[in-house]
Every structure is written in C-alpha cells, then in structure tokens.
Design a protein around this ligand. Structure first.
Ligand code: PMP
Length: 455
C-alpha cells in the first residue's frame, strides 16, 4: 500500500524532510553542542536514549519551569513530555525548589535515615494502602528488588510478564512473545543468561493464557502495569486486572503492580481507584517531584516472608539496594512531593486538562476521517495511528509507525511543543493551562493538514 495509517507515504517522507531541515535551521546552538559533546560522549549524549527523538541531532535544553521548557537556541516549548514522566508534576514545583534550597547546605547523602522516614512511611501507607515500604533510586531498581524478593519468598524460579511490557531495564522482563514462544526482546545487548527460561510471557487481556501459565506452579510473581503504557497504550478489559489478581491468589503467585506511569490515574494510582490489593506496588520517576527516587510497598505477609528468607539465606549480601538510595535529599523531596505537590487539587486540574486534550485530538481525528484513536489513563493521553484500541501488545505493536510518528513529533517540536518520544504520549501537569492544551490541539490539526495536503 502507498499509505500508512491513512497518510500517503510520499507525504510522510516530504514532511519528514521539510521538518528536519526546519529543525536544523532553528537549532544551530544545539547542533554545535552536539558536535562538541561527541568528543567524549558517543553520539554526543550522556545517555543514549537522548538521541531517540527522531531529530537530526539532540535538542539541548537551557531550562524549564512548570509546563514550559526553553532550549539553548532560545526556542520556547509547551512541554507535554515532562521528562517522560519524571516531571509529571511540572518542572521544579515550588515545594521541591524549597527543599533543594533548604537541604543544599545540610548534606545530601549519609547512608543513614533522617527524621523524614516515619512521616514518609505514614504518608505512603495512607495514600497507597500498603503497610510496608522501601525506597530505591529508580523504578527499575524497585522492580528488580521486588522481583528478587518474590523469588526468595516463594522459592519459585519464574516471573510472568505481559507481551509488550516495560518495567525499566530489569533483566528478567526483557522477553517477548513471538508465535507463541518466549524470545529475548529484539535489540537486547550483552545478555549472557537465557532469559526465556526465567519468564512466562502471555498477551495482556488474555486471562485463560495467564491462568494456564500460573497453573504450572513455577511463577513467583506476575508484574504488570494496570494498563500497558509503553507500547502505545493498551487498556485493560473490564475486570481483567481483578481477574489477574484473583488468579494470582488462587495459585499462590505474588502480584506486583507497577504504577510508575499509571500514577497519572489519581492521587493513589490505578490501584487505589480500582480497589486492588497487590502484594507489591511500585512507583518511581515523578514520586519525588523530579529528584531521583522510587518507592515500593508490600504487605505485612511479604514483610514476614522477607524475614524468613533472610534467616534461611544467612549472612552475606542480598543483591539488593544501592548506595544513594533513600538519601537525605531524595527523602526530603519525596516528603514534600507527597505532602504538597501530589494533591487532590493538582490531580483535579491535571485530569481536566488531559480530558480536554483527548477530546480535542479526537475531534481532529474525526474531522479528518483518520483511522486513529485516543486512549487515556487519567493525566496521560496517547493518540495512536491505528483504527481501534489494541487489546494486547502484539496488536499495539502493529499500530506503531516510526516515520509517521517522527514526522508529527518534528512538526510539533518545530512549532514549540514537546510530546514523549518513542510513541505519541502526552502528559498534563498542574501548570498546564487550557490555552496550552488548545494550542497543542491546533498544532496537531495543522500537522494532520500538512500530512494530508493533496490527498
Ligand atoms: N516502570 C514503568 C511502567 C516504566 O514506564 C518505566 C520507565 N519508562 C520504569 C518502570 C523504569 O523507570 P526508570 O527508567 O526511571 O528506572
């Protein structure tokens, strides 16, 4: 076919070419910094994902506050990417700025607890419903540690993930389902152990497949997001997650709900809104307002199981923890974020803005008769260039169109809008205004007009 998701391939190519030229024109300082940085950083970036934006060279940032970001060439952006969730509550929220100013002169990391600890424990338990907590530096680490504990406690060797999942760079989750078989995730580098023997992979929304896998009795823990948000967006069928929880209970399998992205649902995440009771609960990225931090919660039964597992293992190293985890600065920021930033009022605003954005994009899609759709989990909305919402990872993968998405992203960037790279995800933060939302919708409409020109 000569078209992709309703857009002529020739138009996608032409748009990509024109927008790439425009990007180069607009960003001479970024281009120069990219060249300079290449002397000591492969591809000129300190972390290789920073080249994954579909731009001819990385955009270098000067500063950001609230929902606005400015690049080193002085171009201003309305930011709907928000650091791919790390700044989901806005860049530098005022309470976090105060924490940075106050704690700055009192030491940043001691490998000892502070007075904030009991307060944070109470705040986390009240908000998320789980009684026991630990703090890690990243969501990746939190997931990794929780899965290790799950194996230690149950004595079972495997985990179960859904096809298309992402939980950070946690080794054992880097598997996919292809033609009914578990394979390593394409592109995975440097793997020396065979991950396909440590994990079951089934499709999301396929309860019979999950139940069949759990019946084997070798799964320590099912790890999932309540909705898959890293392969476009896949929403759970009514009752699916509850069904997963029930199947776990029946088979003595632990359940880890990773809310790193779905914390967009509301103040207590999807778990609280839908009354789930997982064994483990993880949230990272934005939980300390942009300061590196993640938390993972668990039940009293898990805490008791940990004690037994530790006694059985005897002295030595658990294989969990990192030196800067729960440092004094992260704890201060975590507390301030929970107390002053992640408020009901903040969520009311974020959700209203996201609803407005989703409705606006839906109108653009309908007005242009495009075979696209919009899915949302609270303050996180995603437009997907496919006609119907996918029900699982395999269906979602088919709706991801690299060049088309890159063309749209570049078009938006060149006109002052950032959305998350890799897919078409937008986040609204407490500082996002209705005017920001309407401007983004108008720009998406203009991008569609450009892509459809001559059609
Ligand atoms: N869990 C989920 C659901 C995620 O989306 C991500 C990152 N995209 C992570 C965990 C890992 O977060 P981090 O990269 O901060 O460790």
């Amino acid at each position: 076919s000569s078209s992709i998701a309703g857009i002529e391939k020739a138009r996608i190519e032409a748009c990509l070419k024109a927008e790439t030229a425009r990007f180069i024109d607009r960003n001479p300082r970024s281009r120069q910094l990219g060249q300079e940085a290449k002397a000591h950083f492969p591809d000129g970036v300190p972390m290789h994902w920073m080249t994954d934006w579909g731009t001819p060279f990385p955009l270098f940032v000067a500063e950001a506050t609230g929902a606005r970001l400015t690049d080193v060439d002085g171009n201003a952006y309305r930011d709907f990417c928000l650091g791919d969730t790390g700044s989901m509550f806005g860049h530098s929220p005022a309470p976090i700025m105060e924490v940075l100013a106050r704690q700055g002169g009192h030491g940043l990391t001691y490998m000892l607890p502070t007075e904030d600890v009991p307060v944070i424990g109470r705040l986390l338990a009240e908000r998320f419903g789980l009684p026991q907590w630990q703090v890690a530096a990243t969501a990746t680490d939190a997931n990794r540690f929780a899965l290790r504990w799950a194996r230690a406690i149950t004595g079972r060797p495997k985990i179960l993930v859904f096809n298309g999942c992402y939980h950070g760079t946690v080794d054992e989750t880097f598997v996919r389902l292809r033609d009914g078989r578990v394979i390593h995730r394409p592109g995975l580098l440097g793997q020396v152990t065979d991950l396909t023997t440590g994990a079951h992979v089934v499709e999301f929304n396929d309860l019979p497949a999950l139940e069949a896998a759990l019946a084997e009795g070798d799964v320590a823990c099912v790890i999932t997001e309540p909705a898959l948000t890293n392969i476009g967006m896949v929403l759970p069928d009514e009752g699916f997650i509850e069904g997963v929880q029930a199947a776990c209970r029946r088979t003595g399998t632990l359940l880890l709900i990773d809310e790193t992205h779905t914390i967009s649902t509301g103040p207590g995440g999807w778990t609280r809104k839908h009354g789930l009771s997982p064994d483990f609960f993880v949230v990272g990225k934005a939980i300390a307002g942009g300061v590196p931090c993640a938390v993972w919660g668990f039940t009293d039964a898990i805490a008791a199981g940990m004690k037994i597992a530790r006694e059985k293992a005897g002295p030595g190293h658990s294989g969990m923890g990192t030196t800067l985890s729960a440092n004094a600065l992260a704890l201060r920021a975590l507390r301030a974020n929970l107390e002053q930033v992640m408020t009901d009022a903040a969520y009311d605003h974020m959700l209203a803005m996201s609803d407005r954005l989703a409705a606006g994009i839906r109108a653009v899609i309908a007005g242009n008769s495009l075979p696209w759709h919009v899915s949302a989990v609270g303050a996180r909305a995603e437009f997907v260039c496919g006609p119907v919402p996918p029900r699982n990872g395999a269906e979602a993968a088919v709706s991801m169109h690299g060049d088309l998405e890159a063309a749209i992203h570049l078009y938006l960037m060149n006109r002052g809008f950032l959305i998350a790279p890799f897919h078409n995800m937008t986040l609204t933060c407490p500082a996002t205004t209705a005017e920001d939302v309407d401007a983004l919708v108008a720009c998406i409409a203009a991008a569609c007009g450009d892509l459809l020109a001559g059609a």
